[in-house]
Design a protein around this ligand. Structure first.
Ligand code: UD1
Length: 334
């Protein structure tokens, strides 16, 4: 199939492009490179050993530009990653988050409709389980959010359900990611945020590499076995493979369907730091600090549905994630 990947130069998008190419699909990337390096498409080609069909450096909310993509390519399906994703920033500039994340999705759906394209895989987040459900989360739980970023995911899921109800031929797969970390084992693709990282693994890797002095563990007085928060970390390569399974599902079904992509296991912040040190034989200096606003103690998936319906299961473990994140930060890129 010929697949349009919006945000295809980003962290999860780039790994997904590699898996698509390796599985024999054609890949067209649309990415405004707001939060991605211009060199990523050529790294995707290097890793996959195959060319990307086309790269459009456009904003997906630019309807004329997006129409041109669909005019120039017979797109069979879309995987939609493009969007803003920093929780704290979304609280500071909510309108920008709502405008950007909703506009890109609505524009994409309108352009797909005009071109008769009916298969859509959406990059959602486990953040849609909100503060009121209890882990492990199952797909039938009510959704909500605690910040504008999370609400954009809840809203887009609803838009897709409403659209599927109105368009019986349309298929939307809503993938609720838990905590993707790690990198491609080649060391050429990974999570490389601009500025100081917000998320745990890129922070750990930069401390290990001596680029930041020390890590602060946000709270060790939670009601968990070691007092630090539990998260369902999953390897980004496993996550990327989940998109292939979702695409196959979209090809054979119609309607909107949500799936958790996680391992089903909770790992604490301290366990992750110690796994990183042990796996890579390197010290990661850390101190215990206060809790971070908005953090929940335990957040992990019930991953049965993806396994049962999509035939997908995470195969890599926390040690693989730590090894590959460390390889990525040490590998010269070009
Ligand atoms: C965060 C977002 C989530 C989003 C996901 C995307 C919040 C509250 N949640 O998830 O909505 O979908 O990123 O990747 O921002 N930690 C430290 N020190 C650090 C950084 C993190 O102790 O310097 C801890 C956090 O308190 C948390 C764990 O590490 O317990 C994981 O944090 P992070 O990687 O930011 O992910 P989430 O907060 O789970």
């Amino acid at each position: 199939m010929k697949i349009l990947v919006t945000g295809g130069a980003g962290y999860i998008g780039s790994h997904t492009c590699v898996e698509l190419l390796q599985a024999g699909h054609e890949v067209v990337i649309a990415d405004n490179f707001y939060n991605a390096d211009r060199a990523v498409p050529s790294r995707i080609e290097k890793v996959a050993g195959k060319p990307v069909t086309a790269v459009y450096p456009i904003d997906v909310a630019d309807k004329a530009a997006l129409n041109q993509v669909f005019d120039e390519h017979q797109i069979d399906g879309v995987i939609h990653f493009a969007g803003l994703k920093a929780v704290g920033e979304s609280v500071q500039i909510p309108l920008r988050y709502y405008r950007n994340n909703l506009d890109t999705t609505l524009t994409l759906l309108e352009v797909m409709e005009a071109h008769g394209c009916n298969k859509f895989v959406f990059s959602s987040s486990a953040t849609v389980y909100g503060p009121n459900n209890k882990a492990p989360f199952t797909e039938d739980m009510p959704t909500s959010a605690t910040n504008p970023y999370g609400w954009t995911k809840v809203m887009i899921e609803q838009i897709l359900r409403d659209y599927c109800a109105a368009k019986p031929a349309f298929s939307a797969v809503l993938l609720r990611y838990f905590n993707p970390i790690g990198a491609h084992p080649s060391g050429l693709l990974g999570d490389d945020p601009n500025g100081i990282p917000n998320n745990l693994m890129p922070y750990v890797a930069r401390v290990a590499a001596g680029q930041l002095p020390k890590l602060t563990v946000f709270g060790d007085d939670y009601d968990t076995p070691d007092g630090t928060c539990l998260r369902d970390y999953l390897h980004v390569v496993d996550l990327a493979k989940g998109h292939l399974s979702a695409l196959e599902y979209a090809n054979e079904h119609t309607g909107a369907e949500a799936f958790n992509l996680g391992t089903g296991n909770g790992t604490s912040v301290l366990e992750l730091i110690h796994a990183f040190m042990k796996e890579n034989h390197i010290d990661v200096p850390y101190v215990i600090g206060p809790r971070r606003d908005g953090d929940l103690p335990g957040f992990w998936a019930n991953a049965d549905k993806a396994n049962r319906v999509l035939g997908w299961k995470a195969e890599l473990d926390v040690n693989d994630m730590c090894r590959d994140a460390w390889t990525f930060i040490q590998t010269p890129k070009d």
